[in-house]
Design a binder for this molecule. Structure first.
Ligand code: PMP
Length: 431
C-alpha cells in the first residue's frame, strides 16, 4: 500500500489555495504542522480512505471522530438516501428530532432535555450562554489544551502570571470579552479551587473535555472529575462536560457514564451526526428550560434538527446500541498502544502511549502526559518524521501531535497488524 503519487492532490491544493484561505475549510487539514501538503480525498469505505491519485489509506482520523462505524456504513447510507428523498430540510418540527433527543436522553442520565444545533462549536457556545444566563454570572473557567470549538469566549488563553485575566487566542476576539475566561492547567484541582475562591459568586461554569482529545489524548487523574463536581457544587457554578468527542465514543453514555459523574450541562457532536453536521447541548430540565422559547435565553438555527443529519445520527446510535462495540474497541486500541510502545522501546525512541475506549495517542515524550505543558514538551520533529513515514506506508493519522487517533468497528485485525508493522518500521527509521 505504498503511497507514491500525489500529483493530482498537489494540483488541487494549488487551486484551492487561490480560492479558500490556506486551501482548506478547517486549518488542521492544511498539514502545516507537519510541513507537508494534504492528500485530497475522493471517497471512503469501511476503514479505508481513497485519495484523488488512487492511493489507499487505513484511516485513523475518522473525520476527527464521527465515523465510529467506519465510512459509508451501508445502513447509514441507505437511511440517509431514504431521508433525502423525503425532502432535505423543512425548518419545522419532525419526529426524527424527537427520536434522536430520546436516544440521547436515554444514554446520558444527566441530560433531561437536549437541543440540536449544527456543530460542536455551536453546542459549546450555546451551553456557555445558557450557563451565564442561568447563573447571572459572566466569568467562566476552562483548561489549557482543551478545545471547545471557535466561539469567542473559548478562543482564549491564559494571560501572563497566575490567575490573571484571559487574553484572546485569536485576533478578532475582543480583549474585553476574553478577560472573562480563566484558563487553568488540566488535572489541577487546586488551581480550580483557588480560582473559585478568588472570584466568589462570579464563575458561571467550568467547562472541560472530561478526557481531552485535543492535546493528544489526556485522561483525567484519579479523582479530578469527582473533585470538580464537588467544588463546582460548593460554589453554585455549573459543570459542563464537553463530550463532543467522547460522547457515544469512549462508551455509549460518554465519559460521564464511564466515570459516574453528574454534570449540569453536556455538549455533544461528531458521533451523534454519523458524519453529518450535528451538535447538541442539554442537561438538567430546570436549567435547559431557560432557553427560548420557554425562557429568555436566545439560541436558534435554520438547519438545526435537519432530517438528513438526524437520520444519520439515529441510524448510527441504533447500531451502536444494538452492537455495543465499546469493550472490543477499547481492547483493540489498548493492544495497538501496547504494541507501539514495545516497538518504540526496541527502536530506542521515547514514547508515551495512551488510550481510552477507541481513542488513542502516541506521544513522542519520555514521560507521561497529564496536561498541556507536558504535551507541549513532546519531540515534534520526531512526530513529523513518524507521520510522514506512516502516510507513505498508507496509514492515515492526524497530521499533528495534538490530536487523538480513532478506531472504528470497520478496522479489522489485519488492518491493525498492517498498521503495527508500518508503525514499527516508522519508529525504527527515527532512531
Ligand atoms: N468540542 C470538542 C471537544 C471538540 O473536539 C470539537 C471539535 N474537534 C469541538 C468542540 C468543536 O466542534 P466542531 O468542529 O463541530 O465545531
Amino acid at each position: 500500500m505504498t503511497v507514491q503519487d500525489f500529483s493530482k492532490s498537489a494540483a488541487l491544493f494549488e487551486q484551492a489555495q487561490q480560492l479558500i484561505p490556506g486551501g482548506v475549510n478547517s486549518p488542521v487539514r492544511a498539514y502545516r504542522s507537519v510541513d507537508m501538503e494534504p492528500p485530497f480525498i475522493q471517497r471512503a469505505e469501511g476503514s479505508r480512505v481513497y485519495d484523488v491519485d488512487g492511493n489507499t489509506y487505513i484511516d485513523y482520523v475518522g473525520s476527527w471522530g464521527p465515523m465510529i462505524l467506519g465510512h459509508a456504513h451501508p445502513q447509514v447510507v441507505a437511511a440517509v438516501q431514504g431521508a433525502a428523498a423525503s425532502g432535505c430540510s423543512f425548518g419545522a418540527p419532525t419526529e426524527l428530532e424527537v427520536q434522536l433527543a430520546q436516544r440521547i436522553v436515554d444514554a446520558f442520565p444527566a441530560m433531561e432535555m437536549v437541543r440540536m444545533v449544527n456543530s460542536g462549536t455551536e453546542a459549546t457556545m450555546s451551553a456557555i450562554r445558557l450557563a451565564r444566563g442561568y447563573t447571572g454570572r459572566d466569568r467562566i473557567i476552562k483548561f489549557s489544551g482543551c478545545y471547545h470549538g471557535h466561539g469567542d469566549s473559548l478562543l482564549v488563553k491564559a494571560g501572563s502570571g497566575a490567575m490573571t485575566f484571559g487574553v484572546p487566542d485569536s485576533p478578532g476576539v475582543p480583549a474585553d470579552l476574553a478577560k472573562y475566561t480563566l484558563t487553568l492547567p488540566f488535572n489541577d484541582l487546586n488551581a480550580v479551587r483557588q480560582a473559585l475562591e478568588e472570584h466568589p459568586g462570579q464563575i458561571a461554569c467550568v467547562i472541560l473535555e472530561p478526557a481531552v482529545g485535543n492535546m493528544g489524548l489526556v485522561k483525567p487523574d484519579d479523582g479530578f472529575l469527582e473533585g470538580l463536581r464537588q467544588v463546582t457544587r460548593e460554589h453554585d457554578t455549573l459543570l459542563i462536560f464537553d463530550e463532543v468527542m467522547t460522547g457515544f465514543r469512549v462508551d455509549y453514555g460518554g465519559m460521564q457514564t464511564l466515570y459516574n459523574i453528574d454534570p449540569d450541562l453536556t455538549t455533544l457532536g461528531k458521533v451523534i451526526g454519523g458524519g453529518l453536521p450535528v451538535g447538541a447541548y442539554g442537561g438538567k430540565r430546570e436549567i435547559v428550560e431557560h432557553m427560548s422559547p420557554v425562557g429568555p435565553i436566545y439560541q436558534a438555527g435554520t438547519l438545526s434538527g435537519n432530517p438528513l443529519a438526524m437520520t444519520a445520527g439515529l441510524t448510527t446510535l441504533d447500531i451502536l446500541r444494538a452492537d455495543s462495540p465499546y469493550k472490543v474497541l477499547g481492547e483493540r486500541a489498548a493492544h495497538m498502544m501496547e504494541e507501539t510502545a514495545k516497538a518504540a522501546r526496541e527502536a530506542n525512541v521515547p514514547v508515551y502511549t495512551t488510550s481510552i475506549g477507541s481513542m488513542f495517542t502516541v506521544f513522542f515524550s519520555d514521560k507521561p502526559v497529564r496536561n498541556f505543558e507536558d504535551a507541549s514538551a513532546c519531540d515534534i520533529p520526531a512526530f513529523r518524521r513518524y507521520f510522514s513515514a506512516m502516510l507513505q506506508a498508507g496509514i492515515y493519522i492526524a497530521p499533528s501531535q495534538y490530536e487523538a487517533g480513532f478506531l472504528s468497528i470497520a478496522h479489522t485485525d489485519e488492518d491493525i497488524e498492517t498498521t503495527l508493522r508500518a508503525g514499527a518500521e516508522a519508529l525504527k527509521s527515527l532512531s
